[in-house]
Write a protein that binds this ligand. Structure first.
Ligand SMILES: [Zn+2]
Ligand SMILES: [Zn+2]
Length: 345
């Protein structure tokens, strides 16, 4: 990216090998909503000219002598690099909640250039984040490990149990994967809802066979649709995978008594306060939880799950672009005609 909304493919020097780092020959790198927002609106942490890309998979071509590789990773291995770079030493890292690390940094943002490139440096702090790929898992599919592991964190917080009625509000890649996971965890019914009819139809064409029913969230944000499908009881699990205050409030209204509600998506930083009817919480004894990022354990589970369910989960990757066509990829995200996109350098 050479400026806001401007991109160029340049020949650059190969990244330098840090004394304790590595070099990745990039095979695929996911492109997500955060990348598109950075590209179209700019971000102080990505000062142009800047190389974006924080969901890379590649071959670990070089490893510095002092690099401390995690178990199962060696030079020449195909690896995924988790984008949340954690300190490994704070209370939360030690407790296994690396997503909540006090000192975490993001790969693909200053000071770490990203991986929309043929070669990318693995900075020392990222070495412990390298995850080996199962041999049969295609590199393009493995790039989704990042958003997928976050979706898994949301489903674990939701604690879907055998017999639950699950509503997923928002049908981007996260919502689609969550519907598959909810079904795998034994949900009796899975419903999808979204404000966009087109997005909902696209989602249903991909994960429709895991879903009992899907409906456009109209004036009431889908509350009546849920109530009519649950004999007026409401849903026992609601995941809000959309950054919307209306959706957050509607989730409380469509929740059954003693339901769990997970707010998966954050709100814009400048406008984070959401008015909620707290009496819903009180009289229905609801549990509301948040979910952010993913832990190393969840990344590990994700790789195995992606490998086992390649066909179903891989359908969410709707577009692949070469590095030369990356501008087209950003446009496709903006147009909302695709779900998950991957760049193949
Ligand atoms: Zn991302
Ligand atoms: Zn930490």
């Amino acid at each position: 990216m050479t400026d806001v909304n401007a991109v160029e493919i340049r020949d650059t020097e190969e990244p330098k090998l840090d004394r304790r780092g590595g070099i990745l020959k990039v095979e695929a790198c996911g492109i997500c909503g955060t990348d598109a927002r950075t590209f179209f609106n700019g971000d102080p942490r990505a000062p142009a000219p800047w190389v974006l890309g924080h969901e890379p998979v590649g071959v670990l071509e070089e490893v510095a002598p002092d690099a401390d590789l995690p178990p199962g990773v060696e030079r020449g291995a195909r690896v995924f690099l988790g984008s949340i770079l954690t300190c490994g030493e704070c209370r939360w890292c030690l407790d296994g909640f690396q997503n909540l690390c006090e000192h975490h940094l993001l790969y693909g943002y200053e000071p770490f250039p990203g991986a929309y490139a043929e070669y990318a440096a693995v900075p020392p702090i990222a070495v412990k984040n390298l995850i080996p790929l199962p041999p049969d898992l295609p590199s393009d599919l493995a790039t989704v490990a990042d958003p997928f592991a976050c979706a898994l964190n949301g489903v674990e917080q939701l604690d879907v149990q055998l017999g639950d009625t699950v509503v997923i509000v928002g049908t981007g890649p996260i919502g689609c994967w969550q519907s598959v996971m909810a079904r795998d965890r034994g949900a009796a019914a899975v419903y999808l809802t979204d404000v966009s009819k087109d997005r909902l139809e696209l989602a249903m064409s991909i994960v429709g066979h895991f879903v009992d029913d899907a409906f456009v969230a109209g004036e009431d944000n889908g509350v009546n649709e849920v109530m009519s499908r649950t004999n007026g009881l409401g849903a026992s699990r609601v995941s809000v995978a959309a950054p919307s205050k209306q959706a957050q409030q509607a989730a409380l209204e469509m929740a059954a008594k003693r339901a769990r509600v997970v707010y998966f998506a954050g709100l814009p930083k400048h406008d984070p306060v959401s008015p909620l009817d707290v009496n819903q919480l009180h009289y229905k004894e609801l549990v509301i939880l948040g979910a952010y990022g993913a832990s190393h354990r969840q990344y590990r589970i994700t790789m195995d799950y992606l490998d086992r369910r390649q066909e179903e989960l891989g359908r969410v990757v709707t577009h692949r672009f070469s590095l030369e066509h990356i501008a087209e990829a950003f446009e496709t995200i903006r147009s909302g005609t695709g779900l998950k996109m991957v760049i193949l350098p």
